[in-house]
Design a protein around this ligand. Structure first.
Ligand code: GUN
Length: 294
């Protein structure tokens, strides 16, 4: 059997960023330069890398970004005070508080404190609610929005498709399910949301037209769980020990890529699949927030 065709997130994200560049030029004509504030708490190495990539995307596009780095020991009160300042700052159109936060800080309280109009992450309860309701005036979380865009721009049919999502996290799994079940031309799919309590994940996966793996378990999805021709989207970023690797560790996704590629119809590489789309959608949400602020 021939190997599955790659869904190239880098190329598709560049298309999207090209479209955004035109919008940003239009906004400049109206005297608006989009501004995005990042807040990072602590020194989690992965968060540093992710925020660094987002900062670079802003710089490349002409979005003004500012990063606020707070120590791991920061109190919740202190963080909420910073968010209040950013909420009130007219040059800041979007606010992104990088997850995960230290355990002594209540994430739900923090994400509820960002005003919904600047919540380019789509984590505020108002935006979560709008997504459930199919109200498009809200902001949709960047990774699920990026995956939908990736599928649509790759001509993968979503309407009527059996989509199996692995993982019920609040950043990917749950909003992904809400997005793809909407009665919308680019959704209208039948969703199965699998998680650690699911009795027979393999049986669900074998029925799927599309599998979205987002549970954070290294190389969980194996070739014998995938029907030939299935579209496979790998959201996972997991660091595993590998004595043969130069650093003693290496990154793998939630999909056993080499084996699953032999069965899948189409598959995202990892890296180079979902990651660049998440960043592109963050830029898109920020440009929209800026345009709506006028
Ligand atoms: N950590 C992992 N993914 C995300 C994301 O999309 N937004 C934020 N704020 N933190 C994250």
């Amino acid at each position: 059997m021939s190997a599955g065709i790659l869904i190239d997130g880098r190329t598709i994200s560049e298309q999207l960023l090209g479209e955004l560049q035109i919008e940003i030029r239009g906004l400049a004509g109206s005297g608006i330069q989009p501004g995005l504030a990042f807040v990072r708490v602590g020194e989690d190495p992965a968060s540093k890398v992710y925020v660094g990539r987002k900062e670079k995307a802003c710089a490349d596009l002409g979005i003004v970004s500012r990063t606020h780095v707070l120590p791991e020991s920061t109190s919740e009160t202190h963080l909420l005070r910073l968010i209040d300042e950013l909420n009130a700052d007219a040059s800041v159109h979007g606010i992104l508080v990088q997850a995960p936060l230290p355990p002594h800080i209540r994430s739900a309280v923090v994400y509820s404190s960002v005003v919904p109009g600047k919540d380019v992450d789509g984590f505020h309860p108002v935006n979560v609610g709008k997504l459930m309701l199919g109200d498009r005036t809200g902001f949709v979380p960047c990774t699920p929005a990026g995956i939908q865009e990736l599928l649509v721009r790759s001509d993968v049919r979503l309407s009527g498709a059996e989509v199996v999502i692995l993982g019920r996290g609040t950043i990917v799994g749950k909003p992904m399910a809400a997005l793809l079940c909407q009665k919308d031309r680019n959704a209208n799919a039948t969703i199965t949301l699998c998680h650690s309590g699911t009795r027979d994940i393999k049986a669900h996966c074998l029925r799927a037209d599309i599998i979205i793996a987002a549970m954070g378990v290294p190389e969980f999805l194996k070739a014998d769980m995938v029907r030939p021709g299935t579209v496979v989207i790998d959201v996972g970023v997991n660091r595993i020990n590998d004595p043969a690797a130069p650093k003693g560790t290496r990154l793998v996704g939630d999909v056993d890529f080499a084996a699953v590629r032999q069965v899948a119809g189409r598959i995202t590489p990892n890296p180079g699949g979902v990651g660049p789309m998440t960043i592109a959608m963050l830029m898109k949400n920020t440009v929209r927030a800026a345009a709506l602020s006028a």
